[in-house]
Design a protein. Structure first.
Length: 368
């Protein structure tokens, strides 16, 4: 009874027959009764419904030739990878190694890829990147909209990538993808304490607008291109303001901004940038200087107001002198003027005429 080992194998299964640790062959569907008085026989039953054959002694099984015409055998070298489709649907990516797939119950298709190209390009990349085991063999990197990716292999520049998803084989080269924002960007240069030519210390805030036009140059020229631009604007601002007196600076801030822009533009081209504009946003004076400027402004406005009053008084007196001369030279005009005065008095109030002195009535009558 114990001299035989009985094994039942279903129609979708295969038995892997081992005796004393040595592979003896495959057992098909059915009931098998094997003579095994010493217990040295081992039957590993595997399902062909899962086409991937995984076994600790797969190399021995493959070498025996038992899988010929029954399975797809892959022996991937260090520079090779494989894409596996099962029943027309993508299944997974394989790294280097030995693999076997049953192909009698399931339709198994394998595509071998040379990974020495480092970058993996395929029409089904989105599906492949989401599949099982993809993260073991692939680095999937993305470049966002409004950015460009500067690609390096083993520290050497390779190319500049547009927005999208990209995949690279692991273990072939050191891959580094540096995303660079190529949209128009602003930086604030704030809190700059600067001394003018007339020894007045003030604080300035400026703003610079730029865009990256050469991503490779922007990545390779300096470690932080935004910080480099900040320093350039800062130094140019100090140079331009330090050469001017306070009154000239306050009189025309736009000239200062233009000079700063001209100085910075020469440098940013070497950083792979294009300077769009530079502007002076704020000029902040110390408290005592602000009070002094307010007093000066107040005095100037008071002097201007006094000058205007004097000018108007002078004009009024000059007009009166001219009128007096005109009336003196023209008695008829003087009489008309007197009549106008009497008319205004009569219209605004009651006019009483007192006649006392002899000959006064005649004078009044003549006047009227």
């Amino acid at each position: 009874m114990f001299l035989f080992k009985t094994v039942r194998i279903r129609s979708y299964e295969v038995g892997l027959h081992f005796r004393d640790g040595e592979f003896r062959g495959l057992l098909g569907a059915g009931r098998h009764r094997l003579f095994d008085p010493l217990g040295k026989t081992r039957i590993d039953v595997v399902s062909r419904r899962d086409p991937w054959l995984v076994h600790e002694k797969l190399d021995v099984i493959v070498k025996s030739g038992a899988l010929k015409d029954r399975a797809v055998v892959l022996d991937l070298k260090d520079y090779q990878r494989a894409l596996v489709w099962i029943d027309g649907r993508f299944s997974h990516v394989l790294p280097p190694g030995l693999f076997a797939y049953w192909n009698d119950l399931r339709d198994v298709t394998v595509e071998t890829v040379d990974a020495r190209s480092i970058r993996f390009e395929h029409k089904d990349l989105p599906v492949v990147a989401r599949s099982a085991l993809a993260d073991r063999v692939l680095d999937v990197l993305s470049v966002d909209q409004g950015h460009q990716g500067v690609l390096f292999f083993d520290g050497r520049f390779t190319e500049t990538l547009s927005p999208g998803r990209y995949a690279f084989w692991k273990g072939i080269a050191q891959v580094k993808l540096v995303p660079v924002d190529v949209r128009e960007t602003m930086i604030d240069v704030v809190g700059q304490d600067i001394m003018t030519a007339d020894k007045v210390t003030l604080r300035m805030n400026a703003i610079a607008t730029y865009r990256v036009v050469d991503p490779r140059q922007a990545v390779g020229a300096v470690d932080d291109v935004k910080q480099a631009l900040y320093r350039e604007v800062q130094l140019a601002l100090r140079a331009v303001v330090g050469a001017r007196e306070l009154d000239a600076l306050l009189a025309d801030k736009d000239v200062v901004a233009r000079e700063v822009e001209e100085q910075v533009r020469k440098r940013v081209g070497e950083l792979g940038l294009e300077l769009v504009s530079v502007g002076v946003r704020d000029i902040i004076l110390p408290g005592e200087m602000k009070d002094l400027m307010n007093k000066v402004t107040e005095a100037k406005k008071a002097a201007e107001a006094n000058l205007i009053v004097r000018r108007e008084e002078t004009a009024a007196m000059r007009s009166q002198v001219n009128t007096a001369k005109l009336l003196q030279d023209n008695p008829t005009l003087m009489r008309l003027r007197e009549l106008e005065v009497l008319e205004k008095i009569a219209s605004q109030s009651k006019l009483n005429i007192m006649l006392g002195e002899k000959g006064l009535a005649e004078k009044v009558m003549n006047l009227l």
